[in-house]
Write a protein that binds this ligand. Structure first.
Ligand SMILES: Cc1cc2nc3c(=O)[nH]c(=O)nc-3n(C[C@H](O)[C@H](O)[C@H](O)COP(=O)(O)OP(=O)(O)OC[C@H]3O[C@@H](n4cnc5c(N)ncnc54)[C@H](O)[C@@H]3O)c2cc1C
Length: 1003
């Protein structure tokens, strides 16, 4: 398994010999879009960074801030160094805001991660300074004179440029200064004293020193201690000595070494980051050897790198003594220094000593030990006010460092990636897992969705459960730690805070993943196989594979939430919005908005809990009808089990038929084949988690945690087998894999070697065509093979005439409906007649848990046959709805969909009357000096939120889209769509822009 060949071996040897820096890959020349042009860009989200942004803003500068962390306050909320002396609290208005309402006792005040993040958010929002979290600044732009002229950022939306006259580098390792060519003193490889803070019922053992904080008395609002966690939460600051060498791998390993020592059974929370006084500094214009007095005494030229124009360094990497550096790590001092540097940046700009406007570019450079291949990446969107696109910048061909190499790289260490890491490492596969956040487990740990909903609790899931139970009292903490410690024990490397942002390819072979590290380094990890467990098919999309997210026909999604964390809580599950996980600004804004609406609690989770994300369209795409027809496969990898749990409206027409929703709530068992994880073209890649190849309806059955855990494990076994057999992932002996899965209890023996039960037999389709007359029974078989079923349904429709009691109109209507869903207009007149003679019947929905009623079902069916005859009847029904006090969103959905399918401009006046109905339009929002809350949101309740935002926005957008496409004579629809195109919620903005753009591009 450890055999590697050719060039890979050369690179491996170079890496093993400590020559990592020598190996590189070449990124070809390309252009990046300019997202924004501002005066000052602040990189980093520390308290000091926020103060710098504020003070530059006060001087009239246009400012933008980006941070790789998922909220502001990485030096305080990220380190859990939540305390300050009274004097420190009084030292600045920002410190006062961070500690407002804090539990102060004697001389020490304590805040919470949530309070700190909210205070920092509010400072920037009030100053109207846009900021993006989850965004890594990886490079600097330079102008023609070589002065710094902005940065390049990498995030879920791809890479974009930010033009700026001055960059304030507030990253912990002065990453941008280094990129700009600043000289730095060496980082000697040695053991360093680092600190790590944990909240626990018991002091960690095995640390060099543990400082207790007996003054810390958490309010009851911060706690939700379950019966397993009946202990007193305490705050511990642990000091340990760990080896560091200044490399990405070194920092990744150090965080893990520390966690090995600080975890306790009673852990309630642990800091994401360690703190230490960096031994190195950036060589500045004016080095200072002065001892610490206060921030006011510092010479700001000690923070201006020598020979670099247009950049200032904020933090402990300034050219000051290490004693001063230690002082600057304190948020209070960081704020005072940030405020001074923000002013200085503004003064530089006013004095025109900073970079003048002019073409900016990203410089290139050759590499050594170049590994052949091509760097690919996604290009995505950012919403207003985060982007006001203006031109492009040129990026010269350049070398990217090889940061590591492995046999298996797991992108995303979440619900699926965590078990995959443990499974692969236990099978002896050399594994690196890169995880954007600072814990493994994703939604089930960071996201605080800590309980199973259905799924098969067997196989590797049973192994996990047993281990987690013994690991800790609080499930979210124990599970994250179980994955982490077991993966490490088995030899896997875990790189926290590290994001996959691209693919490194040679032809169709995936040879590596482009990553960004928390230290701001962008490079490549070479690998023989990748398991894309991002749940968003990030690597697949970057590699150029086909993916899907928005349904083509309409805007539709599944509810998204974000947990409010109380120490010791068993979870928090909610649903109040929609989010586009491919849009970095949407993710950032969603976090900001949720924090702003949350009054109390310890923290708000760092993970956006999205139920539906981008998915691969792979070799095989699983559909919900596969489950409803109990499909079997020869290559079943995992079996899934759930109720149909779509948090939204289904897309498939099957779900739009009378009573389907009424009978579909039994538990479904679902086989999924190995091929649903294989991309069509790219080799060396398996795509899993909720980014696998399945339709959106299907994912509502496939996304349960117990099954995804087994999926991760099964994917790990597949990679181990491919490496062992020396064959491509798409050519593994699947039977062997299945037998291993049976042995491990993941699959039952009966699932092995079964033939594909599709195509369905003709007899079955005939039977279904007959059965369907009774409450649509068997419709799933018909819909699973519409083309072959059609003649049988047509036959049954004809046979109604032969009944001795005459043609039964109800049965005839039912067949007319089914035929229309199959695209056959034979029964059009009956359907039109029914729609014209009946009214909306709200009672239909009662007790049925239905997304559609009979009128909706028939209107959709008429859409499917593009019925022009139906236009007067549908217009009549729309007029009726427009007169209602409350216009039901479910009804509007089919109206919009059908109108677009029928494409008759005669429907436009009726659509406009709906858009004009009270409360239907005007739900787009703007980000100003305040953040509009989600109406009805409650930070304490679960997914039974009273919020209507989700349904009202979809209702408006889908109606506006239909009207826009049918001829929007008065521009009402355009106005609505344009408002959404400028909405900070990317889910809506991206769709609205797409609709507007499609029209603009029409010849
Ligand atoms: C609100 C909500 C409630 C739910 N309730 C339940 C329930 O009660 N019971 C149940 O069984 N299921 C429930 N589910 C379903 C289930 O929890 C999810 O389907 C499942 O956790 C998703 O797992 P995943 O591995 O696909 O994604 P995740 O768990 O999100 O894992 C993906 C990981 O990848 C990381 N990542 C993403 N992109 C990158 C990148 N580019 N580079 C590096 N890292 C990256 C993320 O940080 C994350 O850690 C719920 C889901 C949601 C959203």
């Amino acid at each position: 398994m450890k055999q590697i060949s050719g060039r890979f071996l050369v690179v491996s040897l170079a890496l093993a010999a400590g020559l990592v820096r020598a190996a590189s890959v070449m990124e070809s020349a390309r252009e990046l879009p300019v997202a924004q042009e501002v005066d000052v860009v602040v990189v980093g989200g520390s308290c000091g960074a926020v103060a710098a942004a504020q003070s530059a803003g006060r001087m009239g500068m246009r400012v933008y801030l980006v941070t790789s962390y998922d909220a502001l306050g990485e030096d305080l909320a990220g380190t859990l160094r939540l305390w300050a002396t009274g004097a420190e609290v009084e030292s600045s208005p920002l410190m006062k805001a961070i500690f407002a309402g804090s539990s102060a006792s004697n001389a020490v005040a304590y805040t919470t991660p949530l309070a700190a993040k909210k205070a920092l958010d509010a400072a920037l929002v009030k100053a109207e300074i846009p900021f993006l979290t989850g965004t890594y600044a990886t490079d600097v732009l330079v102008d023609e004179k070589g002065a710094v002229a902005g940065v390049v950022m990498a995030n879920r939306s791809g890479r974009q440029a930010l033009r700026a006259k001055v960059v304030i580098d507030a990253t912990p390792r002065a990453a941008l200064a280094r990129r700009a060519g600043a000289a730095a003193t060496p980082f000697p490889k040695a053991p360093y004293a680092v600190r790590h803070v944990v909240v626990s019922g018991r002091a960690p053992e095995g640390c060099g020193k543990v400082i207790e904080h007996p003054e810390w008395q958490p309010d009851r609002d911060l706690l939700k201690l379950g019966k397993n966690a009946a202990f007193k939460p305490q705050l511990f600051e642990c000091e340990l000595s760990v080896p560091l060498d200044g490399t990405a791998q070194g920092f990744a390993e150090a965080l893990n070494l520390v966690r090995d020592k600080t975890f306790t059974f009673e852990q309630l929370d642990a800091a994401d980051r360690i703190t230490f006084v960096p031994p190195d500094r950036i060589v500045a214009v004016k080095p200072s050897a002065a001892a610490w007095t206060d921030v006011a005494a510092l010479n700001l030229e000690s923070f201006r790198p020598a020979n670099v124009s247009g950049l200032l360094v904020l933090g402990a990497l300034g050219d000051v003594t290490r004693e001063v550096a230690a002082e600057l790590l304190k948020p209070a001092n960081g704020i005072l220094l940030g405020a001074r540097l923000g002013r200085r940046a503004a003064m530089d700009i006013q004095a025109q000593t900073a970079a003048a406007a002019g073409p900016a570019s990203l410089r290139g450079g050759p590499g050594q030990e170049v590994v052949a291949g091509e760097v690919r990446e996604v290009s995505g969107t950012l919403t207003h006010p985060y982007a006001a696109w203006s031109g492009k910048v040129a990026c010269a061909a350049r070398a990217l460092p090889v940061l590591g190499q492995t046999e298996l790289l797991i992108a995303g260490g979440g619900t699926t990636g965590g078990p995959a890491a443990v499974g692969a490492a236990r099978k002896g596969v050399q594994t690196i897992v890169i995880e954007k956040l600072y814990e493994l487990g994703g939604v089930q740990t960071v996201g605080m969705i800590c309980g199973y909903y259905y799924g098969h609790v067997r196989g590797f899931t049973a192994v996990i459960d047993e281990g987690v139970k013994a690991k800790g009292a609080v499930r979210s903490q124990a599970k994250a730690e179980w994955y982490r410690s077991e993966a490490r024990k088995a030899g896997a490397q875990i790189w926290f805070g590290c994001m996959a942002v691209g693919a490194f390819m040679e032809g169709n072979q995936l040879k590596g993943v482009v990553v960004v590290t928390p230290e701001g380094e962008r490079g490549v990890i070479l690998t023989r196989a990748v398991f894309d467990a991002t749940g968003n098919a990030d690597v697949a999309a970057a590699a150029g594979e086909e993916t899907e997210f928005y349904p083509v026909e309409e805007l539709n999604g599944q509810g998204v939430g974000m947990a409010v964390i109380r120490l010791g809580a068993g979870g928090h599950n909610n649903d109040f919005s929609y989010v586009d996980d491919t849009d970095a600004s949407d993710m950032s804004f969603f976090g900001l908005r949720t924090r702003s609406m949350t009054e109390a609690g310890w923290d708000v989770a760092q993970l956006v809990n999205s139920r539906e994300r981008r998915r691969l369209v792979g070799v095989f795409q699983v559909s919900a009808l596969d489950f409803y027809t109990a499909r079997t496969y020869p290559d079943t990898l995992v079996q899934y089990r759930s109720r149909f749990d779509l948090h939204g409206t289904a897309s498939g027409d099957f779900f739009w038929s009378r009573q389907i929703r009424g009978v579909n709530h039994p538990i479904l068992e679902a086989n999924v084949p190995y091929r649903a994880h294989l991309p069509k073209r790219v080799d060396g890649l398996l795509v899993g988690a909720i980014g696998m190849s399945a339709t959106r309806d299907a994912m509502s059955i496939l996304r349960m945690q117990p099954d995804l855990q087994n999926q991760g494990y099964a994917a790990a076994l597949a990679v181990a087998l491919a490496l062992k057999e020396g064959c491509p992932l798409r050519a593994i002996p699947v039977r062997k894999l299945q037998e291993q899965l049976v042995a491990d209890g993941v699959l039952p023996q009966g699932a092995v070697g079964t033939p594909d039960s599709h195509p369905l037999s003709e007899d079955l389709l005939k039977l279904a065509s007959a059965m369907v007359r009774v409450n649509y029974d068997g419709l799933q078989f018909i819909m699973a093979d519409p083309q072959r079923s059609l003649p049988f349904v047509q036959q049954k429709y004809k046979e109604i005439d032969t009944h001795s009691s005459g043609r039964d109109p109800a049965v005839s209507l039912l067949y007319a409906h089914v035929l229309a869903l199959l695209g056959d207009a034979t029964g059009e007149d009956e359907l039109v007649d029914w729609v014209s003679k009946n009214a909306w019947d709200a009672k239909w929905d009662e007790g049925l848990d239905a997304g559609v009623n009979r009128m909706s079902a028939y209107i959709l069916a008429l859409g499917r046959i593009h019925s022009k005859k139906a236009v007067p009847a549908i217009s009549q029904r729309i007029a009726e709805l427009a007169a209602y006090k409350y216009v039901r969103p479910e009804y509007c959905r089919v109206i919009a969909l059908s109108a677009q399918l029928i494409q008759d401009p005669a429907l436009a006046p009726a659509l406009k009357s709906l858009l004009d109905a009270p409360g239907v339009s005007g739900h787009a929002i703007r980000l100003g000096k305040t953040i509009p809350p989600v109406e009805g949101y409650s930070s304490t309740s679960d997914y039974r939120q009273k919020s209507t935002e989700k349904s009202f926005t979809l209702r408006e957008i889908n109606l506006a889209t239909a009207l826009f496409r049918l001829g929007d004579a008065e521009g009402v629809a355009r106005k609505s769509l344009e408002a959404y195109a400028d909405d900070p919620r990317g889910f809506y903005a991206n769709y609205a822009r797409r609709v507007l753009q499609a029209r603009a591009e029409k010849p």
